[in-house]
Design a protein around this ligand. Structure first.
Ligand SMILES: Cc1cc2nc3c(=O)[nH]c(=O)nc-3n(C[C@H](O)[C@H](O)[C@H](O)COP(=O)(O)OP(=O)(O)OC[C@H]3O[C@@H](n4cnc5c(N)ncnc54)[C@H](O)[C@@H]3O)c2cc1C
Length: 426
C-alpha cells in the first residue's frame, strides 16, 4: 500500500514511521524545506500526560474575560468576526461545561498515555537522542491552592494511571535548590515522575532520517494546492491524486493530511475540519550558570509558563492568542517570557543569545485531536492536537497508521473521529 502523508511536523513523521513499520510505502510532502518547521519547531518540550488538559474547561470563560483587560495575560482574544472564529469560539464555550470537559479530558489523557507507550516503541526501533529528561516534570503553585483541588486532580490522575504526588515547598526546594533562592513564596508542586520533556523538532528530524534510511520518500518545498476527488466516476467518493505547486501530481492508495493548523485551509470544500490556530511563543537560550539553572522541566501554574531543560539550553514557552493566522513576533510577548524565566532563575540563562519563535497550535473546540477517517474512503486526517501535540504524537501516529491499514486499533478510534464519521472496526 502506498500512502502519501502531507505535512512533516511531528504528526506527519510519526504517522509515516508507523505506516512504514507495518509495511507501507510512504511519501511525505511538506511546503517547507525540511521537517518540523511548523508548530513542532520550538514548542514547550513537555511530553506529559499529567500536564495535558483541554483548554475549554470550567472557569475558562471568566479567565478569558478578565484577560481582555490585562495586556500581559497569557490568553488574548482579538475578535475578527469571521464565521470561522465566531463558530469556533461558540463551540469552545459549549465544551467548558463540566460534563463535557470531563469526557474530553479523559479522551485526551488516554491518548497521552497511549502516546508514551508508543514513544517507547519508537525508541526501541530507532536510536534517537532528543535531549530527553528522565526526572519527571513539576507543576509549580505559587499561591495556595485548595486541598480539594489538588486532591481531586491527583485522584483523577490515579484513576487514569498517571503517577503523581504533591510536594511541599520544602520538598520542591530539595529537588530544585535554585528555586529556594528566587521563589521563597512557593506553595508547592505537583510532581509527575512518569512524564518527560525533550526536543520535539530534533526528534522529528531524526525520525525523518530513519524513515528515509528505510526507503521513505520526502519531497520538500512542495505545497499541496489541490485534492483531486472522483465525485461520480468509477472510484466515486475517493481521492484520485493531489496536485502540488509547480505541477507535480501524486497518486497513492491513501492520503493522510497531517497539516496542523493549515488543515481547514488545505481541505477547504472537501472536509470541514473544526479547528482554529492558537498562537504561542517560545524562547530558547543557552544556560550559563548551571548552579542556578533548573534541574527539572517545570510548568508555572501562575504565569502559565513552561520551562523545559533541553540539554544545556532552556526552552521557555507559553501565551495563547486567538488572532487568526498572524505568526509575527510581538517584542513585548518575547520580553514577557524572558522576564518570567529570569524571575525564577536569575542569571541562569544567557538571554542575550536567546532566540524567539511563534507557532500556531491546531486547536479543536473540545481540545481533543482528530485522528480520523473522512467522508472520502481513502482520505484521512491527523491534526487538532492544540497545545499537547508533542505529548500525543506517537499515539496519534500509531492510531492513524492502524486506521489507514485495517482499522484494527489498540485504542477506541471513535474517541478521535470527526463528527459523524464512525470507525467500522475495533
Ligand atoms: C508555543 C507552543 C508551545 C507548545 N508546547 C507544547 C508542549 O510543551 N507539549 C506538547 O505536547 N505540545 C506543545 N505544543 C503543541 C505542539 O507543538 C503541536 O500540537 C504539534 O507540534 C502539532 O504538530 P503537527 O505535526 O500537527 O503540526 P505542524 O508541526 O504545524 O506540522 C504541519 C506541517 O504541515 C505542513 N503543511 C501545511 N500545509 C501544507 C500544504 N498545503 N502542503 C504541504 N505541507 C503543508 C507545514 O509546513 C508543517 O510542516 C506547543 C505549541 C506551541 C505553539
Amino acid at each position: 500500500m502506498h500512502v502519501v502523508i502531507v505535512g512533516a511536523g511531528v504528526m506527519g513523521a510519526t504517522t509515516a514511521f508507523f505506516l512504514q513499520q507495518r509495511g507501507c510505502v510512504v511519501t511525505v510532502l511538506d511546503q517547507q524545506s525540511g521537517p518540523a518547521e511548523g508548530a513542532s519547531h520550538a514548542n514547550g518540550g513537555f511530553f506529559s500526560a499529567g500536564l495535558s488538559a483541554p483548554w475549554s474547561a470550567p472557569g475558562a470563560v471568566g479567565m478569558a474575560f478578565k484577560s481582555q483587560f490585562d495586556k500581559s495575560a497569557a490568553f488574548k482574544w482579538k475578535p475578527d468576526f469571521t464565521l470561522r472564529q465566531v463558530t469556533w469560539m461558540l463551540k469552545s464555550l459549549k465544551e467548558c461545561r463540566p460534563e463535557r470537559f470531563a469526557g474530553n479530558r479523559a479522551r485526551l489523557t488516554r491518548m497521552c498515555i497511549y502516546a508514551l507507550e508508543c514513544l517507547r516503541a519508537v525508541e526501541a526501533a530507532v536510536e534517537i537522542d532528543y535531549e530527553r529528561s528522565n526526572d519527571g516534570v513539576l507543576q509549580l503553585y505559587r499561591e495556595p491552592v485548595p486541598a480539594a483541588l489538588v486532591d481531586g486532580h491527583l485522584k483523577y490522575l490515579e484513576t487514569m494511571g498517571v503517577p503523581g504526588t504533591f510536594l511541599s515547598a520544602a520538598q520542591v526546594f530539595a529537588m530544585e535548590p535554585a528555586l529556594a533562592r528566587s521563589a521563597p513564596g512557593l506553595f508547592g508542586a505537583l510532581h509527575l515522575p512518569g512524564d518527560l520533556s525533550g526536543d520535539c523538532a530534533v526528534f522529528t528530524r531524526k525520525l525523518v532520517d530513519a524513515i528515509q534510511r528505510k526507503g521513505g520518500r520526502f519531497l520538500w518545498s512542495t505545497p499541496v494546492e489541490r485534492v483531486v476527488v472522483d465525485e461520480s466516476g468509477a472510484s466515486a467518493g475517493r481521492v484520485m491524486a493531489i496536485a502540488c505547486r509547480g505541477g507535480t501530481v501524486i497518486h497513492a492508495d491513501a492520503y493522510v493530511f497531517a497539516t496542523g493548523a493549515e488543515t481547514p485551509r488545505v481541505l477547504k470544500g472537501i472536509v470541514d475540519v473544526p479547528l482554529y490556530p492558537i498562537k504561542g511563543y517560545s524562547m530558547t537560550a543557552p544556560l550559563q550558570d548551571m548552579e542556578n539553572a533548573p534541574r527539572h522541566s517545570m510548568f508555572d501554574f501562575a504565569t502559565k509558563t513552561g520551562m523545559a531543560r533541553l540539554g544545556n539550553e532552556i526552552r521557555v514557552s507559553g501565551i495563547a492568542e486567538v488572532v487568526g493566522y498572524d505568526a509575527r513576533l510581538d517584542r513585548a510577548r518575547c520580553d514577557q517570557l524572558s522576564a518570567a524565566f529570569e524571575a525564577a532563575f536569575p542569571n541562569a540563562a544567557n538571554r542575550r543569545a536567546a532566540t524567539f519563535w511563534t507557532g500556531l497550535r491546531p486547536a479543536t473546540p473540545d481540545g481533543v485531536p482528530l485522528v480520523s477517517r473522512t467522508r472520502l474512503g481513502n482520505l484521512f486526517i491527523n491534526t487538532g492536537h492544540g497545545g499537547s501535540g508533542w505529548s500525543m504524537s506517537c499515539g496519534s501516529g500509531k492510531l492513524m497508521a492502524d486506521i489507514v491499514i485495517d482499522g484494527k486499533t489498540d485504542i477506541d478510534a471513535n474517541d478521535y473521529a470527526l463528527p459523524g464519521v464512525k470507525s467500522p472496526h475495533r
